[in-house]
Design a protein around this ligand. Structure first.
Ligand code: BGC
Length: 248
């Protein structure tokens, strides 16, 4: 067994667990602290320390983060939290320091895609696979011929005849905040996924995020022509993908 700490910094919670990177299985319970309202570097580092202290110490960690992360450095504002001040922050350096172990960082949806490709719905798929996570924002993780193409921000695409991005209309947050029925929301998700299909022509679309466990309620309104399946690892995908990436 190769235990690695996996951490998923999400819109509402910071979740963590120890992961066996050989099997993708959790080796510990999943622990969680609320994402700090003031989504500043200092507040996130404190929360990260808190959540990691709930688990036994291991030798390496991976953390996924809701923004563009290139070479461990933040390259966009985490829009779902509408918080400025993250551009240029070296997450890998900051997280390694606070956790006291070598730590890698990647985009959260890329993390989910790494996990789904390794041990979930995308296992063995060699074509173009797009993992879309519907949560506080919309994340996307693209694989082509078994390789991650990092930092695709598909949630930023504008829907036809609209001044709003897909993320603001078809995220799980939009469903809740606008109190949409499953059908109303499912039709928005459908429109959004049609744009995704035009742009990337995926062979397989994997729908992730916590809401994917309720896929029967909304995927019936989606009529894209490629194969579409719910994620297997659901809410654990970020943790598992971050750990797999951290083990590299
Ligand atoms: C961010 C993405 C992130 C997604 C899901 C979006 O607002 O721009 O980087 O993957 O939310 O958290």
């Amino acid at each position: 067994m190769h235990p690695v700490l996996g951490v998923d910094i999400g819109g509402t919670g910071i979740k963590a667990a120890l992961v066996d990177v050989a099997s993708g299985k959790l080796l510990s319970e999943r622990v969680k602290v609320p994402t700090p309202e003031a989504f500043s570097l200092g507040a996130v580092l404190t929360a990260l320390q808190e959540v990691s202290a709930m688990l036994p110490k291991v030798g390496a960690a991976g953390v996924c983060f809701p923004a563009i992360v290139s070479g461990g450095v933040v390259r966009s504002d985490p829009t779902s939290r509408r918080h400025k001040g993250w551009l240029g922050v070296d997450l890998e350096a900051e997280f390694s320091k606070v956790l006291g172990i070598p730590t890698t960082a990647l985009n959260d949806a890329d993390g989910a895609a790494v996990a789904e490709m390794g041990f979930g719905a995308g296992q063995g798929e060699l074509g173009t696979v797009m993992v879309c996570t519907l949560g506080t924002g919309i994340g996307s993780g693209l694989f082509s011929r078994g390789q991650l193409v990092p930092n695709i921000e598909i949630g930023r695409v504008y829907l036809a005849n609209s001044e709003l991005t897909g993320e603001y209309q078809a995220s799980e947050r939009a469903r809740k905040e606008e109190d949409l029925s499953w059908e109303e929301w499912g039709r928005r998700v459908n429109e959004f996924l049609h744009q995704v299909e035009y742009i990337f022509a995926p062979d397989l679309l994997v729908i992730g995020g916590g809401v994917s466990r309720k896929h029967e309620k909304f995927l019936k309104y989606v009529d894209v022509s490629c194969r579409i399946v719910p994620a297997h690892l659901r809410n654990n995908a970020g943790i598992v993908g971050a750990a797999l990436y951290g083990a590299k």
